[in-house]
Design a protein around this ligand. Structure first.
Ligand code: FAD
Length: 346
């Protein structure tokens, strides 16, 4: 029986381990947690979601929905558990992140062909070792990232990513906030915090004045255009946010019948609905403190009186990506390297 070593028990490594084991292949799945955590990982479970709890559209008529359906038919562990731990999110597939990781870890631990080891791998295993899948993700630990850069022959590409804040449901004022999906395209799973013009202008003014997570002297600011921090979007113009992630179209306030000037949408984080993600507010700004208008902290006045924020937003992760100069086969093997190592997450 073949044996495969998988380094990294995130989403990619967990799915790979499951698929191989289900095909009667022995797997050794290695993750450095809990001995070492990346700047954004904090749970000991595998398949930890570090940012959004949404896997986006579940609609089979969209490419991403179709991909999920194909994965379902291929016995995907990730998609099965996502279905089992789904939280209401309109047409999107969003999950209770704690249950999701817990159940994936449980399924992998119970599989007779999967052995889970908790250890940091610091160099690419030698060629003589078993087949290896490297699935250490965008926050690969530094020594292994160095080793990978040596192997692939080029420096890493890197950019800053943003994390959305999570708010406690009990701190929301439902007199102001209303449930609705955009264009009524779903049962109204999102909570909408409406802003009138004055509130929005105050919001972007406070945003411009809020403290940033300090960068280290050697850090070069590069952002991923697909996931920009909120203050970078704001810096592109006063209206950019309200025509972008805070756009109000299709979200008329049922209490007034009017379309707000801008909206912050919240999506449930867990099945009980005790926490929600403020999806448009992804930011490396320093959100520490209590962001309500009476707070002396340099934070924002938002409608709905949010009182508590989980402090994952006080972080500015730095994602690594590899720029490959050596040819990679259609199976993502490094071809001209003595190593025939599988890369994942390309
Ligand atoms: C801050 C942030 C926000 C993101 N937001 C989104 C989003 O909203 N939507 C989205 O689709 N994607 C997002 N991503 C990308 C997201 O990380 C990936 O979609 C997904 O997690 C990648 O899965 P993965 O298995 O490749 O890596 P991960 O899920 O990161 O898993 C990698 C695993 O490898 C382990 N590991 C790392 N180095 C070593 C080592 N040397 N030895 C042993 N174990 C190691 C880690 O502990 C971790 O468990 C975000 C990433 C970050 C960092």
């Amino acid at each position: 029986m073949n044996r495969v070593t998988i380094i990294g028990g995130g989403l990619a490594g967990s799915e790979a381990a499951w698929q191989l084991a289900e095909r009667n292949c022995r797997v050794r799945l290695i993750d450095m947690k809990p001995h070492k955590f990346s700047p954004v990982h904090s749970r000991t479970d595998l398949a930890e979601l570090v940012c959004s709890n949404s896997f986006r559209s579940n609609d089979r008529h969209s490419a991403i929905g179709l991909l999920k359906e194909e994965m379902r038919r291929c016995n995907s562990l990730i998609v099965k558990i996502a279905d089992d731990t789904a939280v209401p999110a309109g047409k999107a597939l969003a999950v209770d992140r704690d249950l999701f990781s817990e159940q994936i870890t449980g399924s992998l631990e119970q599989h007779s062909l999967i052995e889970i080891t908790r250890e940091e791998i610091i160099t690419i295993p030698p060629e003589s070792s078993s087949y290896t899948i490297i699935a250490t993700g965008p926050l690969t630990s530094e020594p292994l990232a160095e080793s990978l850069a040596d192997l692939t022959g080029r420096d890493r590409l890197a950019f800053y990513d943003a994390i959305a804040p999570i708010v406690y449901a009990e701190s929301l004022d439902m007199e102001i906030i209303y449930s609705k999906s955009r264009y009524e395209d779903g049962p109204g799973d999102y909570l909408n915090c409406p802003m009138d013009k004055d509130t929005y202008l105050r919001f972007i003014e406070e945003l411009a004045a809020a403290a940033c997570v300090p960068l280290k002297s050697f850090e070069d600011v590069k952002y991923f255009e697909g996931c920009l921090p909120i203050e970078v979007i704001r810096s592109r113009g006063d209206d950019t946010l309200r025509f972008g992630p805070m756009k109000p179209v299709g979200l008329e306030d049922p209490k007034t019948g009017r379309t707000p000037y801008a909206v912050v949408q919240l999506r449930k984080e867990n099945i009980q609905g005790t926490t929600s993600t403020a999806t448009p507010l992804s930011a490396p700004r320093n959100f520490c403190g209590r962001p309500c208008s009476s707070s002396p902290d340099p934070t924002f006045s938002l409608p709905g009186n949010y009182q508590e924020w989980r402090d994952i937003s006080n972080q500015l992760p730095w994602d690594y990506w590899l720029e490959l100069t050596r040819p990679v086969s259609h199976q993502a093997n490094l071809q001209s390297s003595p190593h025939r190592k599988q890369l994942s997450g390309l």
